[in-house]
Design a protein around this ligand. Structure first.
Ligand code: 0O2
Ligand code: 0O2
Length: 211
């Protein structure tokens, strides 16, 4: 098959994922806006979303020995959303709100906060089954929602860049530094939670002044 034909096939395959990311970004950002309208503290700081690049999908399928016919079921993060929260408690509030929603179904939950990954990675992951309306009817696709604090996000994006730089062969000293940094991020989340009420009150005063 020619390269152009292959890319066209990928475009068709990825179209519902792209639509799902756009829709879910609006829905999750909408949750934040509703808190703003009601002048309540929002457990959501910001929301981002992306469709996994084709090369990353192919690489993941290769390393996990996933047949191309099984990619839809087995690569669960082709559509990826990220909800970043100020405090750890906010993460569980967002998870509860997502559980209550009627517009999609949660099929898997992974709590890497209760038990972090070996790398030091912390986040709450939800895999959902999301209905996308296409010109051929409804298509159910899987999407992954990662929910994490600002501190967890700071650590994860830096660790991700370093993993990319060292192509998964990270030197021992860098790996150890990252573990220490993960520990520091954990402590930062703990300290911030302790002064959370003070921070919220300061934000409310700031908001009133802005109004
Ligand atoms: P607002 O009003 O600034 O919150 P797109 O919507 O396609 O243009 P996308 O895919 O949502 O962009 O992702 P992008 O561009 O990575 O960022 C999404 C939103 O998250 C943007 O806001 C960024 O400003 C915000 N963002 C990203 N990193 C940070 C961060 O470290 N801190 C804070 N507070 N916000 C961040 P919006 O969607 O433009 O709207
Ligand atoms: P991307 O798009 O480059 O971020 P499992 O089969 O359960 O072991 P699976 O199916 O890969 O794992 O899902 P998992 O581990 O729950 O979540 C995968 C995604 O979580 C990754 O996507 C990362 O975004 C994030 N993640 C998981 N572990 C780490 C980690 O140690 N460091 C960082 N920075 N992120 C992590 P991908 O595939 O890497 O894609």
């Amino acid at each position: 098959m020619k390269v152009r034909e292959k890319l066209l096939k990928w475009d068709i395959f990825l179209a519902p994922y792209s639509q799902a990311v756009d829709e879910l970004k609006i829905k999750l950002k909408g949750m934040r806006k509703q808190f703003d309208y009601e002048s309540r503290h929002s457990p959501i700081e910001f929301v981002t979303g992306r469709v996994k690049p084709i090369t990353s999908i192919i690489d993941k399928a290769k390393t996990r020995e996933i047949l191309s016919s099984n990619i839809e079921e087995e690569v669960q993060d082709i559509a990826g959303l990220r909800v970043v929260c100020p405090f750890v408690d906010d993460i569980y509030e967002v998870v509860d709100m997502i559980r209550d929603r009627q517009d999609f179904e949660i099929v898997e939950e992974k709590d890497y906060i209760e038990k972090n990954k070996e790398s030091g990675y912390r986040s709450y992951h939800l895999v959902i089954k999301y209905p996308v309306e296409t010109i051929h009817g409804e298509k159910l696709i899987l999407a992954e929602i990662q929910i994490r604090t600002l501190a967890m996000n700071f650590w994860a994006i830096n660790e991700h860049s370093l993993n990319y730089k060292y192509s998964e062969q990270m030197p021992e000293d860098v790996r150890n530094r990252l573990k220490n940094a993960a520990e520091a991020a954990f402590r930062l989340d703990e300290e911030m939670s302790k002064i959370r009420q003070e921070i919220r009150e300061a934000q409310q005063v700031f908001r009133r002044k802005q109004d």
